[in-house]
Design a protein around this ligand. Structure first.
Ligand SMILES: *Cc1c(COP(=O)(O)O)cnc(C)c1O
Length: 217
């Protein structure tokens, strides 16, 4: 299990960037991983996890929540409006808010429930057709719309194109966040989290580097 190695690398990257130790939150992305691997990381004391599908998360986390204290769950994958309620009940943060209809649904639900997970708005920094997220040119307006709905917008999230230097995308996301007064930056995965930390990431989403490769059935 490579959790301690990853933590060491994070600490080193924080130091190199002149950032405070512990300023980066490691989200261990457990999607698709066998339960034994997830449990091993829980046993090591880690408590912050990410999943990309509501249904899958709903199947595995209630049981872990009953057994391990202090769990923090982040939804990092696409969210359909009709799963918004379930997502709000299960997750402490949602990183994939990418359209007004969903934002309104979450806001309505937050009113009704009297609480709301931390919200990150996804930006499609590579302007890829197949990828979720608002375009960089629409991001400022979307931030304002979500804030007007009283959503607790903590920051922005991106998934850079696979074939491009991620640092350009991290820098763009950081710039958009800064001009909107947002501190949260959800960026960086197994292959590039150190570069993300150098550019200000507050939340990195690391899966395979911790748990090993994902094997899809
Ligand atoms: C799966 C996933 C990750 C983790 O990817 P790794 O390369 O395994 O670290 C991060 N972010 C999102 C949105 C994902 O879906």
């Amino acid at each position: 299990m490579a959790l301690s190695d990853i933590k060491e690398r994070i600490a080193k990257a924080e130091e190199l960037a002149g950032r405070a130790k512990g300023s980066v939150t490691l989200i261990a992305v457990s999607k698709v991983q066998p339960l034994e691997r997830v449990e091993a990381v829980l046993e090591e004391g880690h408590r912050v996890f990410g999943e990309n599908r509501v249904q899958e998360a709903a199947g595995k986390w209630p049981d872990f929540k009953a057994r391990f204290d202090g769990l923090e769950l982040h939804l990092i994958g696409p969210l359909q409006s009709n799963k918004a309620r379930q997502a709000m009940e299960l997750f402490d943060a949602i990183h994939s808010v990418d359209r007004l209809k969903l934002a309104k649904r979450l806001a309505d639900m937050a009113q009704e429930m009297g609480s709301c997970p931390d919200i990150f708005l996804q930006v499609n920094t590579g302007e890829e057709d197949q990828k979720a997220g608002v375009l960089p040119s629409e991001a400022d307006a979307f931030v304002a719309d979500c804030q007007a709905l009283d959503l607790p917008v903590k920051g922005l999230m991106c998934i850079p194109p696979v074939d491009e230097e991620p640092s350009l995308h991290f820098a763009l996301l950081a710039k958009i966040a800064a001009r909107n007064g947002l501190e949260g930056l959800s960026m960086g995965m197994s292959g590039d989290f150190e570069r993300a930390i150098a550019l200000g990431a507050t939340h990195i989403r690391v899966g395979s580097a911790i748990f090993g490769e994902r094997t899809y059935a």
